[in-house]
Design a protein around this ligand. Structure first.
Ligand SMILES: [Mg+2]
Length: 213
C-alpha cells in the first residue's frame, strides 16, 4: 500500500488555519515539518496499522523534500504510524539528484512523474505489487502503478499537476498501468473512443478502430 503524507497520514489543517491562514508559505511549512507538529489524519493510523497487521508493506511517497525526510518520518512515527524508515519513505530529491529510475519530460519532474515513477520503481525494480494507493490530491493517484486508488477528501486546497506525457486527463475510472516507451511513460491502452476530452494521435485512433472492429 502506498500512502501520501500531507492530509493523508498527517493533518495540516491546524497549520493552515493557525499560521498560514490558507495562503501556503513554504518557510512556515518547514517550521511545522521540522517541529514535527502535525497530528494524524483521523482514521488513518487505524487503516495503516490494519494493513500492516494483515501483512501488507506500507510505503510513503510524499512531495516533501529530502531535507525534510528525517523529521517527517519522526512525525509520522510519533503520531502512531509504525515501520517507516528512510528505506520505505520516498521524498522529493533536490535539483541534480534525480534517481536513475525516474524519467521525466523535463528536468523539473512534475508531482505525477515523481510519484508514478516511484510506484513504477516499486513494482518493476523492487518486486512490489501496489494494491492500493491513498492520497488527498489527484496528483497522488494519477499515472497508474496501483491496482486501486483511494482519494481522501481535502476541502482546504487543491494542487494541480500535469498528468504524465501522453495522458491528458486524470480520468481515474480508466486508470491503467503505464508502460515505458521511447523514454516516456504512456498508457498501455488509449482512453474511451469518442470521449470529448480525450485527445489522441493517429496511432491511437488506428488502435481504437482495430479494438472496436
Ligand atoms: Mg497530500
Amino acid at each position: 500500500m502506498v500512502v501520501d503524507t500531507d492530509d493523508t497520514m498527517l493533518f495540516t489543517y491546524d497549520m493552515e488555519v493557525g499560521d498560514m491562514h490558507f495562503v501556503f508559505d513554504p518557510a512556515e511549512q518547514d517550521v511545522w515539518v521540522e517541529g514535527k507538529k502535525f497530528t494524524a489524519t483521523p482514521g488513518m493510523v487505524d487503516l495503516v496499522t490494519t494493513a500492516q497487521r494483515l501483512g501488507f508493506a506500507v510505503i510513503g511517497i510524499t512531495g516533501r523534500s529530502d531535507a525534510q525526510k528525517a523529521a517527517s518520518i519522526e512525525n509520522v512515527t510519533d503520531v502512531g504510524y509504525p515501520g517507516f524508515t528512510a528505506a520505505n519513505y520516498y521524498t522529493k530529491w533536490p535539483t541534480g539528484a534525480q534517481p536513475s529510475y525516474i524519467s521525466c519530460a523535463t528536468s523539473s519532474c512534475t508531482t505525477v512523474e515523481f510519484k508514478a515513477g516511484t510506484r513504477r520503481h516499486l513494482e518493476q525494480d523492487l518486486g512490489y505489487d501496489v494494491v492500493l494507493n491513498v492520497g488527498d490530491q489527484w496528483s497522488d493517484l494519477q499515472g497508474g502503478y496501483a491496482d486501486h486508488t483511494q482519494k481522501l477528501p481535502n476541502p482546504t486546497y487543491y494542487l494541480p499537476s500535469a498528468d504524465l506525457p501522453g495522458v491528458h486527463e486524470p480520468r481515474l475510472a480508466l486508470a491503467q498501468p503505464l508502460h515505458h516507451e521511447g523514454g516516456r511513460l504512456q498508457r498501455t491502452r488509449p482512453g474511451r473512443r469518442g470521449h470529448p476530452e480525450h485527445r489522441c494521435g493517429q496511432e491511437d485512433h488506428r488502435r481504437l478502430l482495430r479494438r472496436h472492429r
